[in-house]
Structure formats: structure tokens, C-alpha cells
Design a protein around this ligand. Structure first.
Ligand code: HEC
Ligand code: HEC
Ligand code: HEC
Ligand code: HEC
Ligand code: HEC
Ligand code: HEC
Ligand code: HEC
Ligand code: HEC
Ligand code: HEC
Ligand code: HEC
Ligand code: HEC
Ligand code: HEC
Length: 315
């Protein structure tokens, strides 16, 4: 820079020397330099432009004069939309960033989303405005009835679970359940609970939406939840006079549905080996876990009756 202005100064000085004025160079050295520099400074250029355009192109003049505050005079809706729900289209950009020009100078001043949004998988989708219906309310998202693929541009876990644990939910579209973005649907909107007292809050104790057939449960699920489908087992256990009565279903049938425990999982202080060698199964003496030691019930019906024998009391 210094070199350039020095050179300009030299040129100016040279021309002024030609003029043969001795005091002038000091003043002129600054003045022409400023003049040469002026055209490359943008504001000066803009300021100069209208003066030229005035005569030759009136349309360009009116377009250049439009500012964001003018738009609302003729277009009341977009500014109101942006005001109410513009989000980052309100805070981070203005009307003119998207609509750079106007009729009649420009027939189509509608921007492409990709002018500003690129570089993420989500921005590779087709038809942005199918979901972002109104660019002036960008986060008002409307989902069609059959949407799955576009969701995957942001959510990867759920499809993995749905595919790796095939169930009838795997055949549904994401938006069958999530018809509004971020909405969590209630299972009971589509399904009847297993029993009258069971509510929506109970479902997630045993099910996960994206792998509904993989039933798992925590150690505090009450017996009545299992009893919704296993009445005989529940009634039998509730009627026993042995200490198994106080043991929860889920303490024995741990963690995963249909798991059946071994007695020795909990009982480690065992009878003498000689006895167990002769009677290798605990059930030979103790009958079944839900109705321990209740032999009359077994003999009567061949299988343990749902109705416990009240008179039986061990110990
Ligand atoms: C003096 C009234 C007036 C002002 C001020 C005005 N517009 Fe327009 N605008 C129009 C008219 C008229 C049309 C054509 C409407 C039509 O054909 O339906 C239009 C059309 C548009 C369109 C639709 C695209 C097109 O070319 O058809 C956009 C976008 C637009 N204006 C944006 C703006 C923005 C942004 C501003 C402020 C910077 C603005 N307008 C200021 C009158 C105005
Ligand atoms: C982030 C970019 C963006 C911003 C910011 C934006 N617009 Fe738009 N605008 C669009 C797009 C895209 C369309 C086309 C909508 C369509 O095709 O339905 C549009 C359409 C329009 C239209 C024509 C259709 C209509 O809804 O009447 C007008 C007028 C308009 N905008 C005015 C404005 C005004 C005024 C502002 C500022 C208050 C503004 N826009 C801010 C992107 C934007
Ligand atoms: C002139 C540039 C520009 C255009 C054109 C534009 N956007 Fe944006 N948009 C932005 C900026 C800047 C942001 C804020 C930064 C970001 O989130 O990337 C934004 C944010 C958004 C957001 C998030 C809003 C929020 O409040 O979090 C959505 C959704 C969006 N844009 C959708 C669109 C869609 C759909 C289109 C096309 C109809 C579009 N944009 C066109 C500049 C633009
Ligand atoms: C199938 C519906 C759908 C389509 C199609 C779609 N979007 Fe989105 N978009 C969404 C959803 C849902 C969000 C998340 C909004 C939220 O966070 O609540 C989103 C968020 C965004 C965001 C803000 C978050 C971010 O990642 O920056 C931008 C910007 C955006 N979309 C731009 C676009 C563009 C550009 C296109 C077209 C290439 C597009 N969208 C197509 C549904 C869609
Ligand atoms: C542009 C990225 C984007 C797209 C596309 C997108 N989402 Fe989201 N989604 C988000 C973000 C960001 C959140 C908020 C995440 C958070 O709070 O941890 C979210 C949240 C959710 C939530 C609520 C999560 C919760 O913990 O409450 C659900 C449900 C959801 N999305 C489903 C969908 C479905 C279904 C689709 C397709 C129709 C979709 N999303 C498309 C970005 C997206
Ligand atoms: C939008 C409706 C909808 C919602 C919400 C919903 N489901 Fe389903 N679910 C279905 C449909 C449809 C089927 C298949 C029914 C059929 O073919 O008989 C199904 C099947 C199932 C199945 C059997 C799966 C199989 O492969 O046999 C289970 C278990 C299930 N749902 C549990 C749940 C649970 C738990 C929730 C809540 C986390 C839930 N569902 C939420 C619609 C829904
Ligand atoms: C049968 C209905 C149903 C279907 C189909 C479904 N979801 Fe969900 N989704 C739910 C429910 C219910 C929850 C709440 C968590 C739960 O109960 O396991 C949920 C939770 C979510 C969450 C919050 C985070 C999480 O994993 O818990 C996201 C994100 C989500 N779903 C995205 C999707 C996407 C993406 C798809 C399609 C690939 C999809 N969902 C398919 C019902 C469904
Ligand atoms: C105590 C655990 C438990 C709870 C709580 C529970 N379920 Fe289930 N559910 C199961 C088991 C176990 C099966 C599978 C039975 C089988 O293997 O056939 C099942 C099967 C289903 C089925 C498919 C078979 C059928 O009956 O249609 C649906 C649908 C279902 N549950 C919905 C729900 C809903 C909705 C809730 C909440 C109201 C819920 N479940 C609460 C354990 C539970
Ligand atoms: C929605 C009904 C339903 C619920 C709720 C339910 N189950 Fe089941 N359960 C079944 C069905 C159906 C079978 C299979 C029966 C068969 O194969 O004859 C079964 C089988 C079983 C088996 C037997 C496995 C075998 O090898 O015979 C056990 C143990 C079991 N369930 C325990 C539980 C426990 C513990 C709970 C509560 C956490 C529970 N179940 C909740 C429906 C249910
Ligand atoms: C999940 C652990 C668990 C499993 C599995 C289990 N039990 Fe028990 N059992 C207990 C507990 C706890 C008690 C009560 C012990 C106490 O109060 O000291 C008990 C008590 C008993 C008693 C004494 C009953 C009484 O009140 O006089 C017998 C007999 C017994 N169990 C036999 C069995 C047999 C046989 C099996 C297998 C069919 C079995 N148990 C499986 C936990 C278990
Ligand atoms: C030959 C018959 C027989 C066999 C086989 C048998 N038991 Fe027993 N068990 C008994 C008798 C008898 C008692 C004492 C009953 C009482 O005092 O009430 C008893 C008591 C128990 C008690 C209660 C001890 C206490 O402290 O109250 C447990 C627990 C027990 N058995 C577990 C088992 C387990 C586990 C097996 C299988 C490995 C098993 N038993 C096999 C006959 C048997
Ligand atoms: C003390 C441990 C224990 C408890 C508590 C327990 N079970 Fe069982 N359950 C067993 C064992 C062990 C078997 C295998 C048969 C046997 O040896 O008694 C079994 C068998 C079953 C079976 C398959 C055979 C049948 O009877 O239908 C079902 C279903 C079942 N249990 C459900 C339940 C339910 C529901 C509860 C709670 C109401 C429960 N169990 C409580 C240990 C237990």
C-alpha cells in the first residue's frame, strides 16, 4: 500500500513539477491519491450509481430504493408471519437477504433453500417446502402420512431398533405414530390395555415402541400387571401360605419375558446331597413354585388348581 501511494505521489509530483509549482506538490500529493482511491470504496460507488441510473434506468432505481420496512405496505402477510414465528429467518436474515430484488427488474425473486442451506444430509432431501410449508414460519412443520426416509436424515437409532427387532411396528411409517414432529403418541390411542386398571403410564414398564415384542421389565413391576394375562398363576401365588407369596413375579421371572428360574438361583443352602441324589428335582417334594408344598391341589386335578388349598400350612 505504502509503495503504491508513494508511486502515485511520485506520479502526481512529476505532473505537478511539469506545472512548475514548487509549493503545490505537498498538497497535491495527498489530493490525487485520495481521488484515485475513491472509486474502489463501495459507498462512494453506490452513491454515484443512482445519479447515472436516474437518466438511463428508472426501474433499477426503484428496486434499489426498496428497504425491508417498505415490504409490509404491499405485503402484509409475510412480515406478520415472520414476526410471529420467523425463528432464525427473523433473527438471522432479512426480507432482502432472500428476496434480493423485485419486479419489474426481476421476475422471479424467490430464493432456493440451497442458496443458504447445504452440507448436511438433511439438506439433500427433495421438496423442502413439502414439510416447511411456509418459509416465513420455518419451524411450522407439516408431516404427510407416509414419512420415514426424511426422518433418517436426523434420527438413526429408531430405524435400527425397528429393523433389528422385526415386529408389526416395523411395517409402519414413522409419521403414522409421530404425526406431528416431536410428538410422542400414546399406545392406548391404538391399543387396548391388557386389563381395566392398566394405563398408558404402565406400557413402558414392559414395552419399547421401536421394539414392542422384546418385552423386558424392571424389578418393581407389580404382580397385577403380569396377572392381566396370567390370572391362574397370580391367584395361586396370592393364595399360598408359604413365603413365596411375598416374592414378586419379576423377582423370579427376571428381566425378560418367559424366563423361568431355577430354584437354586435363590436357594443355595441345600438339603443333604444323598437326599437330592434320590430326588433330583425340587418339585418332587415341593410341588410348584407358585403353590409350594400343596400336594392335595395337585393330586385332585392332576395339575395345580387355580384355587389354593387354604387348609394347607407348612412349617
Ligand atoms: C408498492 C408495493 C410493493 C412493495 C413496497 C413491495 N412489493 Fe413485492 N410485490 C408487489 C407486487 C404488485 C407484486 C406482484 C404480485 C403478484 O403478481 O401477485 C409483488 C411480488 C412480490 C413477490 C413475489 C414474487 C414475484 O415476483 O411475483 C415477492 C417475493 C415480493 N414481492 C417481495 C417483496 C419484498 C421483499 C418487498 C420489500 C423489500 C416488497 N416485495 C415490496 C408490490 C410490492
Ligand atoms: C429465508 C428466506 C426468506 C425470508 C427471510 C423471507 N422470505 Fe418471503 N419467501 C421466501 C420463499 C422461499 C418464498 C416462496 C414461497 C412459496 O413458494 O410458497 C417467499 C414468498 C414470498 C412472497 C410471495 C408469496 C406470498 O407469501 O405472498 C412474498 C410477498 C414475500 N415472500 C415477502 C417477504 C417479506 C416481506 C419478507 C420479510 C418480512 C420475506 N418475504 C422474508 C423466502 C423468504
Ligand atoms: C438467504 C439465506 C437463506 C435462505 C434462502 C433460506 N434460509 Fe433457512 N436459514 C437461514 C439462516 C441464516 C438460518 C439460521 C442458521 C441455520 O440454522 O442454519 C436459517 C434457519 C432455518 C431453519 C431453522 C429455523 C430456526 O428458527 O431454527 C429452517 C427450518 C430453515 N432455515 C429452512 C429453510 C427452508 C426450508 C428454506 C427454503 C424455503 C430456507 N430455509 C431458505 C438462511 C436462509
Ligand atoms: C419430511 C419433512 C422435511 C423435509 C422434506 C425437509 N425438512 Fe427440514 N426439517 C424437518 C424437521 C422435522 C426438522 C426439525 C425441526 C425441529 O428441530 O423441531 C427440520 C429442520 C430443518 C432445519 C433446522 C435444523 C438444521 O438442521 O439446520 C433446516 C435449516 C431445514 N430443516 C432445512 C431444510 C431444507 C433446506 C430442506 C430441503 C432440502 C428440508 N429442510 C426438507 C423436516 C423436513
Ligand atoms: C433436521 C433434523 C430433524 C429431522 C429431519 C427430524 N427430526 Fe425429529 N427431532 C430433531 C431434533 C433436533 C429434536 C429434538 C431432540 C432433543 O430434544 O433431544 C427432535 C425430536 C424428535 C422427537 C421427540 C424426542 C423426544 O425425546 O421427545 C420425535 C418423536 C421426533 N423428533 C421424531 C421425528 C420424526 C418421526 C421425523 C420424521 C417425520 C423427524 N423427527 C425428523 C431433528 C429432526
Ligand atoms: C398409531 C397407532 C399405534 C401406536 C401409537 C402404537 N401402536 Fe402398536 N401396533 C399398531 C399396529 C397397526 C399394529 C399391528 C396390529 C396388527 O396387525 O394386528 C401394532 C402392533 C403392536 C404389537 C404387536 C407387534 C407384533 O409384531 O406382534 C405390540 C406389542 C404393540 N403394538 C405395542 C405397542 C406399544 C407398547 C405402543 C406404545 C409404546 C404402541 N404399540 C403404539 C399401531 C400402533
Ligand atoms: C408404533 C408407533 C411408532 C412408530 C412407528 C415410531 N415411533 Fe418413535 N416413538 C414412539 C413412542 C411411543 C415413543 C416414546 C418412547 C417409547 O415409548 O419407547 C417414541 C420415541 C421416539 C423418539 C424419541 C427418542 C426415543 O428413541 O425414545 C424419536 C426420536 C422417535 N420416536 C423417532 C421415530 C422415527 C424416526 C421413527 C421411524 C423410523 C419412529 N419413531 C417410529 C412411537 C413410534
Ligand atoms: C407387565 C408387562 C406388560 C405391560 C405393563 C404391558 N404389556 Fe403389552 N404385552 C406384554 C407381554 C409379555 C406381551 C406379549 C405376549 C406374547 O408373547 O404373546 C404383550 C403384548 C402386547 C401387545 C400385542 C398382543 C396383544 O395383546 O394385542 C400389545 C398391542 C400390547 N402388549 C400393548 C400394551 C399396551 C398398550 C400397554 C399399556 C397399556 C401394555 N401392553 C402394557 C407385557 C406387558
Ligand atoms: C399380554 C399378556 C401377557 C402379559 C402382560 C404377561 N405375559 Fe407372560 N405370557 C404371555 C403369553 C401369551 C405367554 C405364552 C404362553 C404359552 O406359550 O403357552 C406367556 C408366557 C409366560 C411364561 C412361561 C414361559 C414358559 O416357558 O412356559 C412366563 C414365566 C411368563 N409369561 C411370565 C410373565 C411375567 C413374569 C409377566 C409380568 C412381568 C408376564 N408374563 C406378563 C402373555 C403375557
Ligand atoms: C427369586 C428367588 C427365588 C426362587 C427362584 C425360588 N425361591 Fe423359594 N424362596 C425365596 C424366598 C425369598 C423365600 C423366603 C425365604 C425367607 O423368608 O427366608 C423362599 C422360600 C422358599 C421355601 C420355604 C417356604 C415356606 O414359607 O416355608 C421353599 C420350600 C422354597 N422357597 C422352595 C423353592 C423352590 C422349590 C423353588 C423352585 C421351584 C424356589 N423356591 C425358587 C426365593 C426364591
Ligand atoms: C426329598 C424331599 C425334598 C426335596 C427333593 C427337596 N426338599 Fe426342600 N424341603 C424338604 C422338607 C421336608 C423341608 C422342610 C419343610 C419344613 O420344615 O417346612 C424342606 C425345606 C426347604 C426349604 C425351606 C428351608 C427353610 O429354612 O425354611 C427350602 C428353601 C427348600 N426346601 C428348598 C429346596 C430346593 C431348592 C430343593 C431342590 C434343590 C429342595 N428343597 C428339594 C424336602 C425336600
Ligand atoms: C418364587 C419364584 C416365583 C414366583 C414368585 C413366581 N414364579 Fe412363576 N414360575 C416359577 C417357576 C420356578 C416356574 C416353573 C414351574 C415350577 O417349577 O414351579 C414358574 C412358572 C410360571 C409360568 C409357566 C407355567 C404356568 O404355571 O403357567 C408362568 C406363566 C408364571 N410362572 C408366571 C408367574 C406370574 C404371573 C407370577 C406372579 C404372579 C409368578 N410366576 C411368580 C417361579 C416363580
Amino acid at each position: 500500500m505504502k509503495g503504491t501511494s508513494g508511486f502515485r505521489c511520485f506520479v502526481a509530483l512529476f505532473s505537478l513539477i511539469v506545472c512548475a509549482t514548487l509549493m503545490a506538490p505537498v498538497v497535491a500529493c495527498a489530493a490525487p491519491a485520495a481521488k484515485v482511491a475513491a472509486p474502489v470504496v463501495a459507498p462512494a460507488a453506490k452513491a454515484a450509481a443512482p445519479a447515472v441510473a436516474k437518466e438511463s434506468a428508472p426501474a433499477a432505481k426503484s428496486s434499489a430504493a426498496l428497504v425491508a420496512e417498505d415490504c409490509a405496505k404491499c405485503h402484509p402477510v409475510p412480515p406478520a408471519d415472520i414476526e410471529s414465528a420467523g425463528g432464525k429467518h427473523k433473527s438471522d436474515v432479512s426480507c432482502l437477504d432472500c428476496h434480493a430484488s423485485h419486479r419489474p427488474a426481476t421476475q422471479n425473486n424467490i430464493p432456493k433453500c440451497s442458496n443458504c442451506h447445504e452440507g448436511k444430509p438433511h439438506f439433500q432431501l427433495k421438496n423442502c417446502m413439502e414439510c416447511h410449508k411456509n418459509p416465513h414460519k420455518p419451524l411450522n412443520i407439516v408431516l404427510g402420512p407416509k414419512v420415514t426416509e426424511p426422518c433418517l436424515s436426523c434420527h438413526a437409532d429408531q430405524i435400527k431398533q425397528l429393523r433389528e427387532n422385526k415386529s408389526k411396528h416395523s411395517a409402519l411409517f414413522c409419521s403414522n405414530c409421530h404425526d406431528v414432529h416431536r410428538k410422542i403418541p400414546q399406545c392406548v390411542k391404538c391399543h387396548k390395555p391388557h386389563s381395566a386398571e392398566m394405563t398408558q403410564a404402565d406400557c413402558k414398564k414392559c414395552h419399547k415402541a421401536h421394539k414392542p415384542t422384546v418385552v423386558t421389565y424392571a424389578q418393581d413391576v407389580p404382580n397385577k400387571d403380569c396377572g392381566a394375562c396370567h390370572k391362574p398363576a397370580m391367584n395361586l401365588l396370592a393364595g399360598t401360605s408359604t413365603r413365596h407369596k411375598a416374592v414378586l413375579c419379576v423377582k423370579c421371572h427376571k428381566d425378560k419375558h418367559k424366563m423361568v428360574p431355577d430354584c437354586t438361583q435363590c436357594h443355595t443352602k441345600l438339603h443333604p446331597a444323598a437326599i437330592l441324589k434320590k430326588f433330583p428335582k425340587c418339585s418332587m417334594c415341593h410341588s410348584i413354585a407358585h403353590d409350594l408344598n400343596n400336594w392335595p391341589a395337585v393330586k385332585d386335578g392332576g395339575t395345580p388348581a387355580a384355587k389354593p388349598a387354604k387348609e394347607h400350612k407348612k412349617k
